[in-house]
Design a protein around this ligand. Structure first.
Ligand code: ASP
Length: 295
């Protein structure tokens, strides 16, 4: 019997590469990155892995891709450094793992997964979180290794604003859902700033009884509205993932004049995506369907 009495579902994986004002010339790279993330996540699901394995693999693939604002290629703080946030959550158990303001880890989502696995605490921040990664056997890197020329250029131009958090949500064949989100945050953010991404119920949420959600966009608005949890609650009340995602974007726009994007799945294999930014690369895969929106 699947957990929580959920019906056996068709597996579905949905990934996004961040809601924002994407330069049109990045469309092919964004599309390729979304396809690679779908492949990585699907390989995990297909090989008998859980929804949790799938979202971790999909997000790690996008962290490794410099096109996206996560892992190497993250945007820079006002003083020119990379500080990253990540969260992973298991809808079967409500276990979560998160890292905030990490600066020496190539794959913050893998650190988040290790924190979830350890189970004692949910969220670690700053240099102690980097050291924790090392104690889990992850190799640390210099902060400069995470900085790309494209982001250095944006920093020189003193660009501010949001762009390109990555996220994934999935349901596996047993009806378990999971969510993962990872980001370098907002361009030109103040050093030490933590966004919505690593906060349970803000940048992500997963509960088999509702669904799984990953959010992207203006973090200060998303966290004030606890947007991922708000979206999950709409699904808990019976809204489809697509309807819930649309309601959430409407909510953030009306309530705080906020902008962003949402992806969602439920335990029955339904999925949805919505945004009110100019672009949000995203894609979905199920046994009989694959769809990619490049920007
Ligand atoms: N939500 C992210 C943050 O505020 C940024 C983004 O998704 O563009 O850190």
């Amino acid at each position: 019997m699947p957990p929580d009495g959920a019906v056996s579902a068709r597996p579905v994986l949905v990934v996004h590469g961040g809601a924002g004002a994407w330069a049109p010339e990045l469309a092919p790279d964004a599309g390729a990155g979304i396809r690679a993330a779908l492949r990585a996540g699907w390989q995990a699901l297909d090989g008998g892995g859980s929804a949790l394995d799938a979202v971790e693999a999909a997000v790690a693939a996008m962290e490794d891709d410099e096109t996206f604002n996560a892992g190497r290629g993250s945007c820079l703080t006002s003083d020119g450094r990379v500080q990253m946030d990540a969260l992973i959550m298991d809808g079967a158990t409500l276990e979560a793992g998160a890292a905030a303001c990490v600066a020496q880890v190539r794959n913050p989502i893998r650190l988040a997964r290790a924190i979830l696995r350890q189970g004692r605490h949910v969220l670690f921040a700053g240099p102690d979180a980097d050291r924790l990664a090392q104690s889990f056997g992850m190799e640390l890197c210099a902060n400069e290794e995470l900085i790309t020329e494209r982001q250095r250029q944006r920093w020189r131009e003193a660009l501010t604003g949001g762009q390109d958090t990555v996220g994934a949500v999935a349901v596996d064949a047993t009806g378990n859902v999971a969510s993962a989100t990872s980001t370098g945050g907002m361009h030109g953010k103040a050093p030490g700033r933590v966004g919505d991404a690593p906060l349970v119920g803000c940048g992500g949420y997963a509960d088999n009884q509702a669904g799984a959600v990953s959010a992207t966009g203006w973090g200060e608005a998303i966290m004030r509205l606890m947007l991922a949890g708000w979206t999950a609650d709409r699904m808990r009340d019976g809204a489809s993932p697509q309807r819930a995602a649309e309601l959430a974007i409407d909510h953030v726009a009306r309530r705080l004049n906020g902008s962003g994007g949402i992806i969602a799945v439920n335990a029955a294999g339904g999925f949805g995506a919505a945004k009110n930014t100019p672009a949000m690369p995203w894609g979905m895969k199920s046994p009989d369907e694959e769809f990619v929106q490049e920007l």
